[in-house]
Design a protein around this ligand. Structure first.
Ligand SMILES: [Cu+2]
Length: 348
């Protein structure tokens, strides 16, 4: 298994040097039944996974609403992210991103030898405003050459995909460019073989807000991904945000009558397309997020590999609303969840 870093080294990379406890261990849960085929699931007379993954290593619910390391306490966050106002009103945003091999839990009891950005899959969400300057110090603490290839405008020297741009293990490279255009983008490793480097977990969401912002909303980052656990170039599990069926067990809490904005990214490898279907409602679609005017209103959205869209809706009714890939196979192998819409309590 690709577990090459001591725990101490891990804590130091993650800026968690002072943290005691088990937050960064790939702690296996005792007595877990391995997640398997739909036939296995049927033995339990229920579709989906049984049991829970350890939320201490990666919490899909926290991931939904975190960007620029907002999930970390201030003293840890400042080691990985700095924001400086510039005279023209834009900001310089500086990030510390590292690549590292790490075993992650993708379904209860199922561990995957991932290659990660900052120890998590997907990597940390990077969020800026149009015109900001982005500066990413990338350290390769993994065992293979890696890069970060950002979608968006940038000069070739910052592409992270051209010959000679691989960052070797132990080396560091600084990516620097302006945030442009506004929209929903992604970043990922661009070392060959690309299929393997992306599928192993080296990808993340890159949001660029328009200068005037978007209307206030409850914002969620949802990355559609899958994992080839037996290395046959086909996925055995699917998910939104890595953990199969995570939001079936912990529904995404939303408020009735409040705008919900989903930043939906498809990084699924080996399958040409993936999709989002939401029950009991329709939603507005902003493809690639590069316009403030929706291009369609639908209840099923199909995205190619690397494609993404901003999705907006407002829940009309309280209760549970299922969402899943409309490819039934993906849904049965983990890509299914619930929204739980609740009436907002008055603060009086
Ligand atoms: Cu790579």
């Amino acid at each position: 298994m690709a577990w090459n870093l001591s725990r101490r080294k891990w804590l130091s990379l993650a800026g968690l040097g002072s943290l005691a406890g088990s937050a960064f261990g790939a702690a296996r849960l005792a007595g877990q039944t391995p997640y398997g085929t739909p036939a296995h699931a049927h033995e339990n007379h229920a579709m989906g996974t049984v049991g829970r993954v350890n939320p201490a290593t990666f919490n899909p619910t926290t991931y939904l609403r975190s960007w620029n390391f907002s999930d970390l306490p201030p003293e840890r966050r400042e080691k990985l992210y700095r924001e400086t106002a510039r005279p023209d009103g834009t900001r310089l945003r500086e990030y510390e991103i590292f690549a590292a091999d790490r075993e992650i839990e993708i379904a209860p009891g199922i561990f995957f030898p991932a290659w990660t950005y900052n120890g998590q899959v997907p990597g940390p969400t990077i969020r800026a405003t149009e015109g900001d300057r982005i500066k990413v110090t990338f350290r390769n603490a993994g065992t293979h050459p890696h890069t970060i290839h950002f979608h968006g405008w940038h000069p070739p020297a910052m592409d992270g995909a051209l010959s000679g741009q691989e960052v070797q293990p132990g080396e560091t490279f600084v990516y620097e460019f302006d945030a442009d255009p506004f929209g929903l983008h992604l970043y990922h490793c661009h070392t060959v073989p690309l299929k393997r480097h992306i599928h192993k977990g080296l990808y993340g969401t890159f949001i660029i807000d328009p200068r005037g912002g978007r209307p206030p909303a409850d914002e969620l980052v949802m990355v559609m991904n899958g994992f080839d656990t037996n290395f046959d170039f086909d996925n055995e599990t699917y998910a939104v945000n890595t953990v199969a069926n995570a939001y079936m067990h912990d529904p995404i809490r939303v408020a009735v009558g409040r705008l919900v904005r989903i930043y939906l990214v498809n990084v699924t490898e080996f399958d040409l397309i993936n999709s989002l279907h939401l029950h009991g409602m329709f939603f507005d679609v902003y493809r690639t997020g590069t316009s403030l005017t929706p291009s369609e209103r639908t209840d099923t959205l199909m995205l190619c590999q690397g494609e993404r869209a901003i999705v907006e809706t407002t829940f009309r009714y309280p209760g549970d609303f299922m969402f899943h890939a409309h490819q039934s196979e993906f849904a049965e192998l983990g890509w299914m969840g619930l929204f739980r819409a609740e009436e907002e309590r008055s603060e009086a």
